[in-house]
Design a binder for this molecule. Sequence first.
Ligand code: GLN
Ligand code: ZN
Length: 784
Amino acid sequence: MMIRTHVLGFPRIGANRELKFALERHWRGEIDEAALQAVAAELRTRHWRLQVGAGLDHVTVGDFALYDQVADLIQLFGCEPARFGFTGEESPLRRYFAMARGVAVHAHGPGCGCGAAADGGKADGTREGAPALEMTKWFDTNYHYLVPEFDSATAFSLHADRLLAEVDEAIALPASPKAALLGPVSFLFLGKSKEEGFDRLALLDRLLPVYEQLLVKLAARGVTWVQLDEPVLGLDLPPAWQDALRRAYARLGQVDQQVLLASYFSPLAGNLALACELPVAGLHVDAVRAADELLDVARTLPLGRELSVGIVDGRNVWRADLDAALATLREVRELRGGRLWLAASCSLLHVPMSLRDDPVVEADVRPWLAGAVEKLEELRVLKRALWGDEAAVADALVEARQARAARAASPRVRRLDIARRVAALPADADRRASAFPRRQAAQRERLRLPAFPTTTIGSFPQTPAIRAARAAFKRGELDAETYRAAMRDEIEQAVRRQEVLGLDVLVHGEAERNDMVEYFGEQLDGFAFTANGWVQSYGSRCVKPPVLFGDVARPAPMTVEWTRFAQGLTDRPMKGMLTGPITILQWSFVRDDQPRADTALQIALAIRDEVADLEAAGIAIIQIDEPAIREGLPLRQAERADYLAWATRAFRVAASSVGDATQIHTHMCYSEFNDILPEIAAMDADVITIETSRSDMELLRGFGGEGGGFHYPNEIGPGVYDIHSPRVPGSDEMLRLLRKAATVIPARQLWVNPDCGLKTRAWPETEAALRHMVAAAQVLRAEL
Ligand code: GLN
Ligand code: ZN
């Protein structure tokens, strides 16, 4: 009988975000490369010690990256894009940060698509003005990877020194290293063809020999297992890519190195038989997201192969149900002749380092949570219990059971008043009283806006003064009334500036908000916050998602006072500004004890109350932001319709209590929406503002019916300038974009606005850009 434990990957940012701070100091030129590498080595050692301490049979090597594990692979396989113009003189680290952050001068202009902060990024020794590699969300997580670029000239060569050095570090610990990296098919799949008509799959035969060499080298170095992640197994894979998996592993399977193939985030579904037949030494499956197919896999995978069961949730912060896990594992072990590997479902990169002692989480909620360190402990307990050593872990099992029971019984988790409200919700609660044309007429009558109305997306620059005031308030150095007065001051200034600029629909500027989800979560019941629940988003950037643990309710109005104050300063319409239910859901750790759809509906009801209060306060336009609606889309096609149905309904529930003359806006950014246009239209917002400028309005084509013939029926504000860059586009440039938009969308449906909120910008460029934007709208109006 053999039970082994391991993890697919571990958070690397450090319990106190040591890596973040070291990176940022290095980029500012305050510490050199050696000092940065010393911090990295220290973190790796510390994290391996934690793994050893929890009794894992292998520590994972290769999951550490200074910026991103995919960028590491680009260097490992020697396929840095030629466009960076590297001469070979630069240090690997210089080249690495040049790819990750771009080369200054460029300052993230239009089309760069990198989404990264334009905070300096001087990577000397490279060609001027090379934009960073594009960043894209890693499957359905909030982690962003750097996208490899491929063309017919792409060549691969092995540069394994760094990885092998890390292997040596682990062996010296001492520990038994398992190397982990992305497999060849996923690596190609997640990259991008940079040449018209070029199929990156054609590179597979060039890439495989390099993987072979690597496997051989790792074996020679004393690595007995190599984990190759092929998360594409969780996608609806085209046959050519399924075939690529067959070809790749037929070849890699011949190398004298044990390969553990890893799938996660999504069921194998149609790829199950394929995954089980690939000739590798072991298979890891996600037993949380794909719990239903676990037994099927256990029966299908040949008995000579190892099965690694991802039984502890690597995507969420809840403490595992160890009893249920043990029952499942025993069943699987039975089928597998006693042999089993245990792991978290996916890399622990996606959960905070530790939550056990977090000083901010309330004492009743804290025992319900598990960060990466606690998840290691869960694996330890599961292993001992499966060994038949239950006595040794009896206390731990009892404690876990009690924590779960307390969570289930907590009156903060299940509330009768909310259950009643949901049950009593009328079937048409998600319908506006009238259809759009009638509402449009009523709103035009009430608002009397010019054609091509100008507006912004919500936030204005979060100046150092605003941030300092908030920090002082949080530290208790500034009393609430002084803080509020300071924020009212900021709002007043923002209103005055907008009036001078001549904008038609104003915003209060969101000075009082730290973060668009946290701000609401802090005022709603059912959310907990952490001091140290940081999760890497990209590079040195981390997010600290709220923990949505219980039934959601709004004890009191959240934005009404601020919005009323702002409206009182001006005769022009002031938009009320809210975050939508799906974005709140998507950017939080969400409870796992009820369907996400139910949680979304509860949030929607809380937002609905806020919308009603804003309307009652005389606010004529209310914007409900849903930038994250697209990213919640399930990885598998078969699950999408269901998601889109409940997600759009939640939005409508939030938005639909208002009268015809109250205008509902929504805002979206970060992705292409053309594949879900009918559903976006079904949200039935009166106006939608979207990010389009970086795609040169190409994104808008779908809205105009190109291709599929679907016409977006309501009003649209396609972003006319990129807010990620301090660059100030000229009026003519925005005019050109607007004219382009007007070829697709009827002029009377068009709004004029930037791509997104302006909180990361400074005032001078903001005012200059908005001045040009208003001028562009005026030119168009004169032409009508
Ligand atoms: N209203 C928000 C803002 O302007 C929207 C942010 C977003 O879409 N990410 O900041
Ligand atoms: Zn946005």
